[in-house]
Design a protein around this ligand. Structure first.
Ligand SMILES: Cc1ncc(COP(=O)(O)O)c(C=O)c1O
Length: 372
């Protein structure tokens, strides 16, 4: 079955016949005389609970994985995967990726004697060179945040396999509706559920779906011991969001494609990064591994940092706010959030295209750019 069907029909459990899952706001569950004698499937909320299990089962089914572990945020999910690395091992990360993950890898891993290497995974020769040496993990987003690079997941997975490296795909921008990295050879698929899955900018969560059941067990132990557990209410909200994810993604993608087309002809714009734009460098791979181009795009405004600020200050609909994947359109000057070490171009504005009418969004962009 397709991800949209699985989102709605997994799990099959019914609680007293309720069609919509009830919210189980309890931290603990009654058990037998011995504390490990479970009589109701669950022990304690950090270990697992009905709404959390519902979400995990839906996501594992949608991604085609053997298991899933939900976390309190995308960062908690990312940290749990990185925590599986051992001293002496080596991780390769694509050079364009979510800034907090980059910072975590740069700060934490060397202290644990883990070698960290940032590589352009769109460069075939660089990939072959870096994967000719032993590595434990390859980490990539596709499309990437914020430059929308598209990485050939199947090609990377094939090369990684030769050196025994596990491939992690942060698929937050794509969601399981647009691509399923496990079917392309990835070992872990990670999501910030705060974005499209929640879909309404009102809930934080994260999840990792694994190809192998044993990896999910390791991550569950990490959640239990490090404590990055999701609340049942947030799990319920994200599960609810998953059931309309495909409809929202269709509209996000349609709007973003229309916005990308409009912007690619505008004289104030140096570059539009959108995977399904024919002129985009990732177009061929994106067409091959994604069902649509997604709801995110980045533009590089001619005139650099000051011109980008001038545009960002003129919007009437696009809100200046971080995050993405909600119903409302957002704009963000990533370089100013990422600080002086950033490699993100100073003229870059990242757009999260929402569910408003595309004509209204294009009008807003037009008037903001015309004010330059
Ligand atoms: C691609 C990507 N991965 C991970 C994260 C972290 O997710 P969270 O904010 O839910 O911790 C984000 C957040 O913006 C993101 O954009």
């Amino acid at each position: 079955m397709k991800p949209e069907t699985l989102a709605i029909h997994t799990p099959k459990r019914r609680y007293n016949g309720a069609v919509a899952p009830p919210i189980h706001m309890t931290t603990t569950f009654e058990h037998g005389a011995a504390a490990n004698e479970l009589t109701h499937d669950f022990l304690y909320v950090r270990h697992g609970a009905p709404n959390i299990r519902d979400l995990e089962e839906r996501l594992a089914a949608m991604e085609g994985g053997a298991g899933c572990v939900a976390f309190s945020s995308g960062m908690a999910a990312a940290a749990a995967i990185l925590a599986t690395l051992n001293p002496g091992e080596r991780i390769i990360l694509h050079h364009d990726l979510y800034f907090d993950v980059k910072t975590l890898a740069k700060k934490d891993l060397p202290q644990r004697n883990i070698a960290v290497e940032f590589v352009d995974l769109t460069d075939q020769r660089a990939v072959e060179a870096t994967l000719s040496k032993p590595a434990a993990m390859v980490w990539l987003e596709s499309p990437t945040n914020p430059q929308l690079d598209v990485i050939d997941i199947a090609a990377i997975a094939k090369l990684a396999d030769r050196v025994g490296a596990k491939v992690v795909v942060d698929s937050t921008f794509a969601t399981p509706v647009l691509q399923q990295p496990i079917t392309l050879g990835a070992h872990y698929v990670m999501h910030s559920a705060t974005k499209y899955m929640g879909g309404h900018s009102d809930v934080q969560g994260g999840a990792v779906i694994t190809r192998d059941a044993a990896d999910a067990e390791t991550l569950l132990e990490s959640r239990i011991l490090w404590g990055g557990a999701l609340s049942p209410f947030n799990a319920w909200l994200i599960s609810r969001g998953l059931q309309t994810l495909h409809c929202r993604m269709e509209k996000h993608c349609g709007n973003a494609a229309a916005v990308a087309e409009f912007l690619s002809d505008h004289k104030a714009i140096e570059k539009v990064c959108y995977p399904f734009l024919e002129s985009d460098k990732g177009y061929a791979i994106a067409r091959n591994q994604m069902r649509a181009g997604g709801g995110m795009l980045s533009i590089v405004v001619a005139g650099g940092r000051e011109a980008a600020f001038a545009v960002a200050s003129q919007f009437r609909l696009f809100l200046n706010a971080t995050s993405l994947g909600g119903v409302e359109s957002l704009v963000e000057h990533r370089a100013s959030l990422e600080g002086p070490e950033t490699k993100t171009p100073q003229g870059l504005l990242r757009l999260s295209v929402g569910l408003e009418h595309k004509d209204d969004l294009i009008d807003d962009l037009r008037q903001a750019l015309d004010a330059l």
